[in-house]
Structure formats: structure tokens, C-alpha cells
Design a protein. Structure first.
Length: 413
């Protein structure tokens, strides 16, 4: 069949769908009422379970009764779509016995606290295998690798069991490195211990460039992973194999939604210690430990501080402070669901190399709805409230708490 015949058939298929009209549409709409029959194979049951998981998240987690505003409820739907998108990307075709690195987040797929100044990768692994990671640090100011526990089959990680950064790694003069990921330590070279339950590798590549590295189109961090003790390839698993992977996606959607669509409680803020529930104020930075007492998904080498801004249309938040000596530091604006604002088209984050400093080396940042005409403006996109998130990697001393003041935007000119 040539291209012309193919396009004719596509047009014919479209015409048939139109002719079927409302009857076909009604059948699709009522598909959830179908409970059995000869076509109810494992893959279809798994797909129904995935669709049911999405409905459950909407009905149980994305509700006004849980304290979400109308704007947050709308944005939560997009966030849920991003979670589904990520689950499909990570797990629908995942082969932990022969993994590949997938971008953890992109400018159009965000979750779990994305960072415009960092590139992240994900790979699903098996705790009984051995792997080699190869790459180049490039222009990154900080590079690290973490093994997460408990995230097999799409589940949310329960903790981090091993980590290595470029401070401990052997790296060639031109930036190349290899890391062996295995249960037993190799005779030489970089090693990331793979303990029982290790199921995911998370990589972090922080940059302090004038342009946000995450906004650059194309891979700027060369990295690959290969299994050193591969099993023989098996025949296609058919129905059961497809169902298994759809179930992994369902696990991902359910458990990552539970993490994403929760309000920060006083108990959680107290447990972490570095989250403020008072608007327009930020606590003293601290290190990551989740409210469950583990450190899953957190950078074990970093300090954090977080709070919310709340500003009227004519107000701005002025933030003053001083960075400690460190490998990396930045501040970024998020929505309520740990997703950064539009860093491709707006200035919604600032790293140390993007900031204009005062004569004494301190900084003065301004969060405002419109450009106030002063340096270091962070664009709210017109949102009346949002999250402000600070990162400090390998600080030479504990980072200091920043000072804040709400002022009239017109007074800054």
C-alpha cells in the first residue's frame, strides 16, 4: 500500500466513524458498565482498573472538601494528567532487567518538585542484577545518583538506600565516568550498592547557567545504563504481559496522586521543619526527611526551605538574604502540586548565576505579578498565591533564613 492508498483508507475510516454517530459514542461512554464477555481479557481488565484509578483520584483526592480552591481543582486535573503521562512513560514499556534512562520531568510533564536548573533521569532496575552507568558530567555543578527502595512495579518509593555524588566519584579529566550498580562491590571504580528492595535509580544533574537547563530542547546530559548480567530475551508475553505493565501504571497513578494531592498539615510541616505555613515567610533551611521518617525522592546532599506567597494584584514580596558557599543554590515558584511555573517563557526561578547582587554580596529578589522594573524579578504568572522553594546543595555552613517584606509594587520603581 502506498501513501495515497493509506490516506484514502484513513479517510474512509473517519467517514465510517462519523456514520456510526451517536450510537458508537454512547457505547464508548457506557463502556465502564460492561463487566464481562468473551473480550474481557487480562489487558482489558487492567485498562479498566487504570481508568477506575483515575476516577478514584478525582472523586476522593481532588475535591473542594479537602481544601482546594476552584483554581486548584482545575490545575489538579492537569497535574493528574501529568502523573498519568509519567506513569505511562516510565512503566508501560519498562524492562527493569534491561533498563533505559527516561527523563524524570520535562517542560510539559512535571511532578514531585521539578527544578528548571536541573536534569533528572529515571531507570527501573532489579535488585538481583548488576548494571553499568556511563556518562559525562558536562557543565553540571553537581551530579548525583540515588537508589530508591520499594518503587518496583510502579509503586511510590519508600526510601533511599544508597547514593553517590561527583564528590566521591572517580571522573576522568574530560568528565567521563562509569558507575557499577550491583549487590557486591567491584574490585575498583565507582560503586553504587544495590541492596535488597532497590528498584529505581534517580539521577540529578544541577546547573547554574544563565539559561535554565531544563528549558533547553534536547539532551544536554549524556548518560546511559546497561545490564552486565542479562537474562536471555523471552518471547512476547501477550495479554498477561500487557496487563502487568498496565497494572504498574495504575500503581504509579494511585500512589503518586496520594503524595501530590495533599495539603501540608501542621504535623507534616513540624516533622520536616523547613516548611512554613505562614504566608510570605520562610523558615530556616533544613535537610530532607519525609513525614514518614524516610528520605524517598529527596536529595540527601541538599538543604531546603519552602513557604507560600500570597499577594494582592498591587503587591510584591521582597526577599533579602545571602547564599552560603555551596555547590548549587536556586529558588523556584511552584503551584500547589509541586509543579514549576512556565520556565520556558517566563523567569520563574533564579540560580546564583542569574541573580544581580548587592555591593555587599547579598541578594534582593522580588516576587510580583508584573515586571516591577528592578533586577531579580520572579514572575507569578498572575497567580495570587503559590509555593516558593529553595535548594542549597552541599552548603559549607547551614544556610541562613531569608528575610521578607510585602510592599506595594509601585513603591519599587
Amino acid at each position: 500500500m502506498d501513501r495515497r492508498d493509506f490516506m484514502k483508507n484513513v479517510g474512509l475510516a473517519g467517514g465510517m466513524a462519523t456514520a456510526m454517530g451517536g450510537g458508537f459514542t454512547a457505547e464508548v461512554a457506557n463502556a465502564g458498565q460492561y463487566d464481562g464477555g468473551p473480550t474481557m481479557n487480562a489487558a482489558r481488565r487492567a485498562m479498566r482498573d487504570l481508568l477506575a484509578a483515575i476516577r478514584d483520584v478525582e472523586e476522593k483526592l481532588i475535591t473542594p472538601e479537602r481544601g482546594f480552591s476552584p483554581g486548584e481543582l482545575a490545575e489538579a486535573e492537569r497535574s493528574l494528567a501529568h502523573i498519568l503521562y509519567t506513569g505511562l512513560d516510565f512503566w508501560l514499556e519498562a524492562k527493569p532487567y534491561r533498563p533505559i534512562f527516561r527523563p524524570y520531568v520535562t517542560p510539559t510533564r512535571k511532578l514531585l518538585g521539578c527544578n528548571p536548573d536541573s536534569v533528572y533521569f529515571f531507570a527501573a532496575i532489579q535488585d538481583t542484577k548488576s548494571y553499568r552507568i556511563s556518562g559525562n558530567v558536562g557543565a553540571a555543578t553537581f551530579t548525583s545518583f540515588t537508589i530508591e527502595q520499594g518503587s518496583e512495579e510502579g509503586h511510590a518509593a519508600r526510601g533511599s538506600s544508597a547514593a553517590i555524588s561527583d564528590l566521591e566519584m572517580e571522573i576522568s579529566g574530560d568528565g567521563n565516568y562509569d558507575i557499577i550498580v550491583s549487590p557486591t562491590q567491584p574490585a575498583q571504580g565507582n560503586w553504587l550498592e544495590l541492596k535488597p528492595g532497590g528498584s529505581q535509580i534517580t539521577t540529578r544533574h544541577y546547573h547554574e547557567a544563565r539559561q535554565n537547563v531544563a528549558a533547553i530542547d534536547g539532551r544536554v546530559v549524556p548518560i546511559s545504563i546497561e545490564v552486565l548480567d542479562p537474562d536471555p530475551l523471552e518471547p512476547d508475553g501477550g495479554d498477561e504481559e500487557i496487563a502487568k505493565h498496565l497494572n504498574w501504571v495504575t500503581h504509579f497513578v494511585r500512589e503518586h496522586s496520594a503524595m501530590t494531592f495533599q495539603k501540608t498539615s501542621p504535623e507534616m510541616a513540624k516533622k520536616l521543619g523547613w516548611i512554613s505555613l505562614e504566608p510570605n515567610r520562610f523558615p530556616k533551611p533544613g535537610q530532607w526527611a519525609s513525614a514518614a521518617g524516610d528520605n524517598a525522592y529527596g536529595n540527601t546532599h541538599a538543604w531546603y526551605s519552602s513557604g507560600r506567597y500570597e499577594l494582592r494584584p498591587d503587591e510584591a514580596l521582597v526577599i533579602t538574604g545571602r547564599f552560603p558557599g555551596c555547590r548549587f543554590a536556586n529558588v523556584v515558584l511552584w503551584n500547589s502540586f509541586m509543579q514549576s511555573y512556565d520556565y520556558v517563557n517566563r523567569q520563574v526561578s533564579l540560580n546564583r548565576n542569574q541573580i544581580t547582587y548587592e555591593d555587599d554580596g547579598s541578594f534582593r529578589l522580588v516576587i510580583a505579578h508584573e515586571n516591577p522594573g528592578v533586577p531579580n524579578w520572579l514572575d507569578t504568572e498572575g497567580r495570587p498565591d503559590g509555593t516558593v522553594y529553595w535548594r542549597y546543595v552541599f552548603p559549607a555552613e547551614p544556610p541562613r533564613r531569608v528575610k521578607t517584606a510585602v510592599v506595594k509594587t509601585a513603591s519599587l520603581v
